[in-house]
Write a protein that binds this ligand. Structure first.
Ligand SMILES: Cc1ncc(COP(=O)(O)O)c(C=O)c1O
Length: 360
């Protein structure tokens, strides 16, 4: 129980609805639900429970994977960055995890595993098709394939790559799709390319497995909000003070904004201490009483200031405020804070309670 009105509401039915939409986009592919970073800030166990009809889960670390196993999830789990240390191999076997291999140093660890143990390991070879973050380059594949061929007992060898700009560049994404097709033309095993934006925009990239992340949380991969995708997280608070300012009066730290006319300012109980972005500019949209209104002045640790003059007769102490989610796409807020939806979703802090709701 917390007494502060600031909270995050997690709409469980939206998660399921979004999964259904992903299936509609990619009906022939299996779905690896990406739930790393604590389920994009929504709570990994809660998200996994709701998405248990997905074919598998993608996580960033063995810690997240073990947490899922400890909570009874028997699904396929892929470690998207593979192993960070050789000592994780035992845990991979014990917990039946699948591992991405993106570099030769990780391959060396597999080469040191006994043949009986290696028969329990499935690997996903990551190919660098242009993002240049993780993965083997085309010219490294000859050596890679030769070394993998010697690991005859590996349970399965699958292949994946990741798009750098599926939401912004058609040309570059098509080049990546083509490169992946060329580099994996003669390999067996399952293949995976598509993140959310590609699921929506590039059907030719769907292959055996799609890997939706942000879309499951109801945030459009490509557009700000895709029809039929429902935001899962709604970040809410309340008005705790209302004050009329005269022309020339300022509000908040450093007096960065001042009123150009008589203005009603609402102080809302949310700030960067909760994960509201400190860099949100004057003009960032805030939803109050059916209206989008502008944030003004600096974001403080526990409070923001909103110009509510337009709805002066409708606001009161305790009025509900939506920072993002229902009625206000998080992508719109992100733009005003020079960031992306992903960062805002992941950035909700510990002190904010998460409340599960089921909205129809
Ligand atoms: C390897 C991999 N696949 C899939 C995803 C999901 O991406 P998105 O959230 O854009 O759908 C991510 C997320 O960063 C990723 O790292």
């Amino acid at each position: 129980m917390t007494y502060r009105p600031t909270r995050v509401e997690i709409d469980l039915s939206a998660l399921l609805q979004n999964l259904t939409q992903v299936k509609a986009f990619a009906p022939k592919s299996k779905i690896l639900a990406i739930i790393k970073a604590n389920g994009y800030g929504h709570g990994i166990i809660r998200v996994a429970s709701q998405l248990s009809s997905a074919d598998g889960f993608g996580v960033a670390s063995i810690d997240e994977a073990i947490l899922l196993r400890q909570n009874g999830f028997l699904h396929k789990i892929i470690l998207l960055e593979g192993l960070f240390g050789e000592q994780e191999l035992e845990l991979v076997i014990q917990h039946r995890l699948e591992v991405v291999v993106h570099s030769f140093y990780q391959l060396e660890w597999l080469e040191s595993v006994s043949s009986s143990k290696i028969s329990q390991i499935t690997v996903w070879i990551k190919i660098d098709t242009g993002m240049h973050r993780l993965g083997f380059l085309g010219e490294e594949l000859v050596e890679l394939k030769a070394r993998i061929a010697k690991l005859k007992n590996l349970a399965n060898i699958n292949w994946l790559s990741h798009f750098s700009s599926a939401d912004s560049s058609v040309d570059f994404t098509q080049q990546q799709i083509k490169k992946f097709a060329e580099l994996t033309a003669r390999v067996t095993g399952e293949k995976s390319l598509a993140n959310s934006a590609a699921i929506e925009r590039f059907a030719e990239s769907h292959l055996d497995w799609v890997r939706p992340g942000i879309m499951l949380y109801g945030v459009g991969g490509h557009k700000q909000s895709v029809p039929n995708f429902k935001p899962v997280m709604t970040f809410c608070s309340q008005i705790i003070s209302l004050k009329w300012l005269e022309r020339g009066d300022s509000v908040g730290y450093d007096n960065t904004w001042s009123a150009d006319k008589k203005t009603l300012i609402a102080i809302v109980a949310v700030g960067y201490g909760d994960g509201y972005p400190r860099h949100a500019e004057t003009g960032t949209p805030v939803f109050i009483s059916g209206q989008i209104l502008p944030l003004v002045g600096r974001v403080s640790m526990d409070m923001i200031n909103v110009d509510v003059t337009l709805i002066a007769d409708k606001v009161f102490i305790g009025s509900e405020v939506i920072l993002w989610g229902k009625n206000l796409p998080v992508a719109k807020v992100a733009k005003f804070a020079s960031t992306i939806s992903y960062e805002l979703l992941c950035g909700i802090t510990e002190r904010v309670p998460k409340i599960e709701v089921k909205d129809d």
